[in-house]
Design a protein around this ligand. Structure first.
Ligand code: HEM
Length: 169
């Protein structure tokens, strides 16, 4: 493996691990953590919320940074966006818009800025929006992958006497 391949592997691994976190965390908070927290006394709940969000805030910033760096690396170094068909570019546009909406929602829900208090007051609702947005991002990424794979699909030569599936149709 040469250096370029090692960097490509590292960037793809970082991007997929980041995707696991950015999809898993809002789904867990929306469907498990928030309902559980709603059952406990508000004093304890607020103390726990502050502790959880303090740790999550630091981790979230790092994950968002690596997602953007690995995503742009993949965009320019691997898929060469300029050579992709319009459907791929359209999917990428929707994906990146949804990704930044996701980054924004997760940041304001974990944040302390007074101006975004309205989001934290309805945290259950906005966590649901964040979770669905994250699922949309992965849907777009998968569709991009398929459109890219179809574009590069090469009909493999079959052994002598074996009819190629494409020809058998
Ligand atoms: C600025 C933000 C982002 C950029 C520029 C970006 C860019 C990309 C690019 C160019 C690919 C390769 C697609 C291909 O193989 O043709 C990709 C794959 C992927 N991205 Fe992102 N991405 C970003 C954010 C995200 C976020 C926030 C998530 C998840 C929440 C995500 C999830 C994925 C997944 C799962 C794949 C792999 C798809 C597959 O191979 O099937 N990305 N991304």
């Amino acid at each position: 493996m040469n250096v370029h391949e090692v960097v490509m592997l590292a960037m793809r691994w970082l991007h997929l691990v980041g995707a696991c976190v950015l999809v898993g965390a809002p789904i867990f908070m929306w469907l498990v953590l928030e309902p559980a927290m709603a059952q406990i006394d508000s004093g304890i709940r607020d103390a726990m919320q502050n502790r959880i969000m303090r740790g999550w805030r630091m981790f979230l910033g790092l994950v968002i940074l690596t997602q953007i760096v690995s995503g742009f690396y993949w965009l320019f170094e691997v898929v060469h966006i300029a050579h992709q068909p319009p459907v791929y570019q359209m999917l990428l546009g929707v994906k990146m818009l949804a990704a930044f909406v996701l980054f924004f929602l997760l940041s304001v829900l974990a944040g302390r800025a007074k101006s975004f208090e309205i989001f934290r007051r309805q945290s259950r609702r906005w966590l649901g929006v964040a979770a669905i947005t994250a699922l949309l991002v992965v849907f777009c990424a998968s569709a991009m992958r398929i459109s890219d794979a179809q574009r590069h699909h090469v009909e493999l030569p079959t052994a002598p006497g074996v009819v190629s599936p494409a020809l058998a149709k």
